[in-house]
Design a binder for this molecule. Structure first.
Ligand code: TXA
Ligand code: MG
Length: 336
């Protein structure tokens, strides 16, 4: 049985948090909200507990987890050799959606790092998450709380849909604010490398550390094993139109409608009236796409869409993180 407890993010109930912390202590699994997406937490220092995360998610063992901490002192339990550059980023962006890959301490459960000599760490900006980590008094390893290969959960209902009966508890703090996962930044080389774009942008990182690179080569991506897997995918096939016109979108949707049930997610509403067509219209802004994308993909799946047409947005600033997730979800991309 998975227990779901509603918690007010503005004033997390101490008793609910204590109950959740007790589960973490016993080596159990608790899903909790962060500012990005829901995480599936276990004691990061317990190998047995961390292994349960992989089993519950069906996650490949070679894909490492992010460790969540509630204060700067906790970082020293899991990471070594924190550079001045890393400290500057921590001062500026923690708590927040920035994950730093650092040299790992041997006390961290081995499977957290999936055999790598590094550990990914962040301090989430959500009062429920911070209260849970504080009460558990241990760093908490937490990947996104979805079954492997499914879109990340942005609500407790999404977590329950994927993990009911597989985890002990869900702390329901309502919908997450940002809606897509944190930026993952490798701090172990000479120049910081963005392994996964996120809400903290390349420009924001460069403003603190100067030069920053984007992982482009396959070799670099080997360092963030998660990015090798197909991610963020609904069951329906996703066709991404990077720069759409109304005319192109309408022609595409009408063509698919000859033989399929079609979902549309975008900011240019096609004028189509058909029982087999559903449209979800977003604002042409990264924040609206990020906040609603994963829920939209799940809804379209449940509505029985066999193909989902998604209209892209400008690939700049926060839009770069949104476009990264759209490209990963897509099985086909149309560029003009
Ligand atoms: O916003 C987020 O980051 C959410 C919330 C729950 O914090 N978490 C999340 O975790 O998205 P997950 O497991 O779904 O994604 C973790 C990413 C993967 O791409 C993984 O490969 C990468 O971080 N990662 C973890 N440890 C790493 C390491 N030591 N070196 C390189 N990449 C690492
Ligand atoms: Mg994930």
């Amino acid at each position: 049985m998975t227990q779901v407890i509603q918690v007010d993010p503005d004033q997390p109930d101490a008793q609910a948090i204590a109950q959740a912390a007790a589960i973490i202590h016993k080596g159990g699994l608790v899903a909790f909200p962060t500012e990005t997406v829901y995480g599936l937490g276990a004691d990061a220092m317990s190998e047995q507990a961390v292994r349960r995360i992989f089993a519950a998610k069906g996650r490949p063992a070679d894909n490492p987890l992010i460790v969540h901490i509630s204060n700067r002192a906790m970082l020293d339990l899991v990471a070594a050799d924190v550079s001045d550059q890393a400290e500057a980023l921590i001062d500026r962006y923690w708590p927040g959606p920035l994950t730093l890959v650092l040299k790992r301490k041997p006390e961290v459960a081995a499977s957290v790092s999936a055999g790598l000599p590094t550990v990914a760490v962040r301090m989430p900006n959500n009062p429920i998450a911070l209260a849970l980590i504080r009460a558990a008094a241990t760093p908490i390893a937490a990947p996104s709380a979805n079954r492997s290969g499914r879109p990340s959960p942005t609500s407790a209902a999404h977590v329950l849909a994927d993990l009911a009966g597989r985890i002990e508890m869900i702390l329901d703090g309502g919908a997450t604010n940002i809606g897509i996962e944190s930026t993952v930044l490798d701090m172990t080389g000479r120049v910081p490398v963005i392994l996964r774009p996120g809400w903290i942008t390349e420009e924001q990182i460069a403003a603190v550390v100067g030069a920053v690179e984007r992982a482009a080569s396959l070799q670099e991506l080997q360092r963030s094993p998660g990015t090798r897997y197909r991610h963020y995918s609904p069951r329906a096939r996703v066709v991404l139109v990077e720069q759409a016109t109304l005319d192109l979108l309408e022609r595409m949707c009408n063509e698919y409608l000859k033989s399929e049930t079609v979902g549309f997610i975008g900011h240019t509403p096609p004028a189509i009236d058909d029982e087999k067509f559903r449209a979800l219209i977003l604002r042409n802004e990264p924040a609206d796409y990020a906040a609603r994308l994963y829920a939209a993909l799940r809804e379209m799946d449940e509505g029985g869409a066999s193909v989902i047409v998604i209209e892209g947005i400008a690939d700049a600033g926060e839009g770069a993180a949104v476009m990264d997730r759209l490209r990963r979800a897509a099985s086909e991309t149309i560029r003009d």
